[in-house]
Design a protein around this ligand. Structure first.
Ligand code: Z5A
Ligand code: MG
Length: 212
């Protein structure tokens, strides 16, 4: 059986990294072979350029940084596909949905969601995207914004709107939305249920890996 592609998305402080780690651990303890990834992957030369940009140490034109984020996924695409074909499940912390919404949220008149999606076409498409939904009030309880580029209220408000636009687009069936405002254990339980359902569906229906 092939591996599955499971992605976490959501706003700042929704708990993606925390729940991603917990899901990886649970699946491994059940005997699944699992690879844990995150985007941006700051360890590559392209990822280093993204890191410098997010930390305010370099400037990039909006389209240029968008294409770097996309290239950072493309440099991993072949190995993602190979691992899935070899039976390894991949759990990813942020993917191309973040790529589209954060770039489109800048209100650059020639960088809307449609433009942003083009460079992502052909990437492995998730079997399920677990969207951790958090209200601005609950996010604020988890501490203030950090110092990175997009960590401000105006940007986060636009990102929230654009994520909900994506969730009612032709990609809506990719998403399972979970209330991320509960306790760590409550959220984890819901995440596990969604992940198991997605895994079982792929296996029961023999669904092939799709591409964006
Ligand atoms: N970006 C982009 O523009 N284009 C792209 O293509 C991609 C990304 C892929 C960096 O991402 C930026 O890159 C991001 C989008 C943009 N900009 N923003 N904003 P990143 O993934 O590196 O961001 P991050 O630094 O990992 O942070 P995060 O995503 O904001 O956080 P999180 O992973 O969702 O949350 P967490 O680290 O798991 O938890 C945050 C805190 O809350 C922590 O103290 C936890 O202990 C606590 N927490 C978590 N869950 C709970 C619950 N349930 N209750 C109470 N407290 C909790
Ligand atoms: Mg994170």
């Amino acid at each position: 059986m092939r591996g599955k592609l499971i992605v976490f998305e959501g706003l700042d402080r929704a708990g993606k990294s925390t729940q991603c780690e917990r899901l990886v651990e649970s699946l491994r303890s059940e005997g699944h072979r699992v690879r844990h990834m995150r985007f941006p992957d700051r360890s590559t030369p392209i990822g280093q350029m993204i890191n410098d940009y997010l930390k305010g140490q370099s400037e990039q034109e909006d389209h240029v940084i968008h294409l770097l984020f996309s290239a950072n996924r493309w440099e991993a695409a072949t190995s993602i596909r190979a691992d899935i074909e070899a039976g390894t499940t991949i759990v990813i912390d942020r993917y191309y949905y973040s790529g589209c919404v954060y770039s489109a949220a800048k209100n650059n008149p020639i960088l809307n969601l449609e433009w942003a999606r083009h460079p992502e076409e052909g990437l492995p498409r998730p079997d399920i995207c677990i969207f951790l939904d958090i209200s601005p009030a609950d996010a604020a309880k988890r501490g203030g914004f950090g110092g990175e580029k997009y960590e401000n209220q105006q940007m986060q408000d636009r990102v929230r709107q654009l994520f909900s636009q994506l969730q009612s687009s032709s990609e809506k069936d990719d998403f399972a939305t979970i209330d991320a405002g509960g306790s760590l254990d409550e959220v984890q339980l819901n995440v596990l249920q969604v992940a198991w359902r997605a895994i079982e569906r792929v296996d029961a229906e023999g669904l092939p890996l799709r591409f964006v």
